[in-house]
Design a protein around this ligand. Sequence first.
Ligand code: NAI
Ligand code: MG
Length: 354
Amino acid sequence: MKKHIVLLPGDGIGQEVIHSAQGALTALAEEYNHTFTFETHDIGGTAVDLHETPLPPSTLEACKNADAVLLGAVGGPKWDNYPSHLRPEKGLLAIRKELGLFANLRPVKGFKKLLHASPLKEEVVKDSDLLIVRELTGGLYFGTPSERRDNGDAVVDTLAYTRHEIERIVDNAFKYAQIRRKHLTSVDKANVLESSKLWREVVEEKKAEYPDVTVVHQLVDSAAMKLITNPASFDVIVTENMFGDILSDEASVLTGSLGMLPSASLREDGFGLYEPVHGSAPDIAGQGIANPLAMILSASLMLKYSFHMEKEAAVLEEAVHSVLEDGYHTGDLHIIDGHKVGTEELTNKIIEFI
Ligand code: NAI
Ligand code: MG
């Protein structure tokens, strides 16, 4: 298959880890007879420096014409005091909205070699393997009005959803549950919020189309507790934007490191942007020691969700398991009696496995 991929390295370690993903994908293409072509564009602080905007029109245009987009990370202290329209994160919010990426997927799975590194007890995290499906372009982060009133002494934010917005994300989540362990937890606050009542209605209606999937409704506060006391009880979780933002950061402690978590942001037709959950890590940028595995796992999600290359996606995931099992790791991970290596050496181990 021929696929054209836009690379958006962004800032800090984004520049380093994207290079690893490109190397792994190139090796995979060779091994499995695909042609992957790459085109690199600016986003975030780097784009602000070069083009005076965090999302240049040329970047957006290139993404619209690509088969998929891989993004590193954006931001850094250099741009912290820039005016809000020149903040690197603005580029990230804008590209999600412009490309219509309404479904954010975060798979969270413990790696055997890293279980001891989680702050939670090993027997609690041991069997956790869950997928958070977060609505990404609606709800509290996009609703209007969102403003200060009464000379700044009052504020309003708006949590707004349409039936259509809820239906498409819930439908997505049912589909993922169907190909996983057929268990869907819908998280809301239906005892208080009107938006959650409609959310629950939609889930109840959709249920009929997926009779093989078991559905549980759970309030967000108790879901937050259960996520760290009994994570193995979850399969797919579907929830609105802000609840998903918070729960997915909470779930990240299950894996023991930020450097291991990938994410996918998808549109209805399967087009997607893939990025690690971590940021630009300015404290270690430029030193060649960043962990490339979250970026490589994000590339694996791209192969699976956008290109339907199930086998190639699985090989990349196995490569990550395998190098960890062999004890290779970057400095952010702790493996007992392991071999600490840099970004490039760890990437080469991945490529050797492929
Ligand atoms: P961060 O994720 O960049 O770093 C947090 C800590 O984890 C640091 O000590 C860092 O060295 C370490 N770390 C993160 N990823 C790593 C990796 N792959 N390998 C080894 N160590 C890793 O979060 P922080 O420090 O809060 O933010 C730094 C900048 O990144 C800020 O400007 C922030 O706005 C931005 N950011 C961007 C995101 C994105 O582009 N999606 C997400 C989160 C933060
Ligand atoms: Mg967040």
